[in-house]
Design a binder for this molecule. Structure first.
Ligand SMILES: N[C@@H](CCC(=O)N[C@@H](CS)C(=O)NCC(=O)O)C(=O)O
Length: 199
């Protein structure tokens, strides 16, 4: 048995999970769902969402559930900060990124007229302000790379690569964070997607 990831290279949630696998140095096989238009995913799970794992025969769906499961079974290089209070904060930030930043990404991607574009920009602006404060004087939110940074990076990275929207220059701390993560993930360019087997 092996761990198989039903993956779409352009999905931000798949990139998030690929980062968790790499941080923990857990080997896995990739099944590209775009190769057969999700036929094998639908056959296996009866649903269309990625990331999905065939986890040694067990079906595990959703990046948050997958990350928590990998942490439980492979506790090395923890994706959470130390201490219950910080872990709770980390999980809340993961959820904020997965549920709120994704909304801003979808809004920007779907904006097909000047009014919608302006609205999406205003939505992102308020998040950039928050993020710029969160990363003021810090490489990571906690004292090391955690799932909070990974989740936030995956949304900002999608904004840059798929939506093709540059973070405005005034958000210096957000830029510094993106560059720090680019180096941490050993990406030559922010335009590359992350798929290294280990970090
Ligand atoms: N909350 C889920 C979101 C997963 C998700 O939205 N996946 C998208 C790709 S980024 C997908 O597969 N959408 C296809 C569909 O819904 O048909 C997670 O964290 O994994």
């Amino acid at each position: 048995m092996a761990i198989k990831l039903f993956n779409s290279q352009t999905s931000m949630f798949c990139e998030k999970v690929r980062m968790v696998f790499a941080l923990k140095k857990v080997p896995y096989e990739v099944i590209d769902v775009r190769a057969d238009e999700r036929k094998s995913l639908l056959e296996y799970t009866n649903q269309r969402k990625v990331p999905t794992l065939n986890y040694n025969g067990e079906c595990v769906i959703d990046s948050t559930v997958i990350s928590a499961r990998l942490e439980k079974d492979y506790p090395q290089n923890s994706i959470y900060p130390d201490g219950a209070a910080n872990k709770g904060l980390c999980l809340a930030l993961e959820d904020w990124s997965d549920e709120v930043l994704i909304h801003a990404n979808h809004a920007m991607r779907r904006a097909d007229n000047p009014e919608a574009k302006q609205k999406a920009q205003a939505e992102w602006d308020s998040h950039f302000k928050t993020l710029d404060q969160m990363y003021a004087g810090k490489k990571f939110i906690f004292d090391k790379l955690t799932l909070a940074d990974i989740s936030i990076f995956s949304q900002l990275h999608y904004l840059y690569t798929a939506v093709k929207y540059d973070v405005p220059a005034e958000y210096k701390n957000v830029h510094a964070f993106l560059d720090n993560l680019r180096r941490t993930l050993k990406l030559n360019s922010l335009a590359d997607s992350f798929d290294a087997p280990s970090l």
